[in-house]
Design a protein around this ligand. Structure first.
Ligand code: PAF
Length: 294
């Protein structure tokens, strides 16, 4: 496995691969790998000729009071896991090479970034799209892999790729979960003692929403209220930042559920901010008297 820190060297490597007409599969990450990351890498390994993984804790997607400094890092372990998964090139650029002092260009996707996590993390998605655009320009992937756990991020990157004619295929793979249902995340390492077990209530609330919808409920407010009630039974959840049911086109709140919807939430378990979501395809409510239809 090639280990590259210099963006120019990474570019040269990618150019050579391209000349050989080989398909590049790319997994951009912030490292501290868990099974969510390795599942993306393993899928890329099956679908591409060359697999490139980047590890870069991107400072510009963290707010001033967020966890950039304490974000978990273990590059040696990540390297080992990447090698075991058959990665061809491991790209771990330095902050000063990605953002030199005179750096002044940003990519901003409007609209999709205003709600959900965008509301409480202003500037976060601008940081994400900027770094992902830069990484795409360096690595020139044919396919890029992301996890559905960061659903809004996936929608925003998809928009950027389309709007900027990047010509990259995006593959969004299912969230990998711990035994109790908690979505795998590098930030789970922050959870103390029983918090890890308690955090599973977030996924249970999404399952509850799914059950309510299966049994015919279509009123988003009622479903959100029941989800809140369930989560509130666990004192370890110190704050529910949001629970939203939105359409998957514009990520706007829906009142009556029908078609494809994203049910997404963010909450703090102890001091740890966690997110989770499900995407459901919901049949519209059946009229009570089918024969009354025109
Ligand atoms: O999902 C992540 O790990 C990051 O947001 C990403 C896409 C690697 C950009 O820094």
């Amino acid at each position: 496995m090639k280990i590259v820190t210099d963006p120019d060297k990474m570019k040269t490597y990618a150019k050579i691969i391209k000349k050989e007409n080989k398909l590049i599969g790319f997994i951009p990450t912030m490292g501290y790998f868990h099974e969510g990351h390795t599942s993306l890498i393993k899928t890329a390994r099956k679908q591409s000729d060359i697999v490139i993984v980047s590890v870069f804790v991107n400072p510009i997607q963290f707010g001033v009071n967020e966890d950039f400094d304490s974000y978990p890092r273990d590059t040696a372990r990540d390297e080992e896991l990447a090698r075991a998964c058959g990665v061809d090139a491991f790209f771990c650029p330095k902050k000063e090479d990605m953002y030199p002092e005179d750096y002044s260009t940003y990519v901003d996707v409007e609209g999709l970034t205003s709600g959900l996590c965008g509301k409480s993390r202003p500037g976060h998605f601008r940081g994400v799209t900027t770094v992902v655009a830069k990484l795409f320009n360096i690595v020139r992937p044919d396919i890029a892999y992301f996890g559905q756990k960061d659903a809004q991020q996936a929608f925003v990157i998809k928009r950027m790729v389309e709007d900027l004619n990047m010509g990259i295929t995006l593959k969004i793979l299912p969230t990998v979960r711990e035994k109790g249902g908690l979505a795998m995340s590098s930030r789970n390492i922050y959870l103390k003692g029983s918090e890890r077990k308690d955090a599973a209530i977030l996924y249970s609330s999404l399952k509850l929403a799914e059950e309510l919808i299966s049994s015919g409920e279509r009123d988003a407010k009622k479903i959100i209220k029941k989800m809140r009630e369930l989560i509130s039974t666990v004192p370890a959840v110190s704050k529910i930042e949001y629970i939203s049911i939105v359409d998957t086109g514009f990520l706007k709140d829906v009142a009556i559920i029908g078609g494809e919807v994203l049910i997404a939430l963010a909450a703090r378990v102890g001091r740890t901010r966690l997110i989770d979501n499900v995407i459901l395809n919901v049949k519209s409510e059946k009229p009570e008297n089918d024969h009354d239809r025109p």
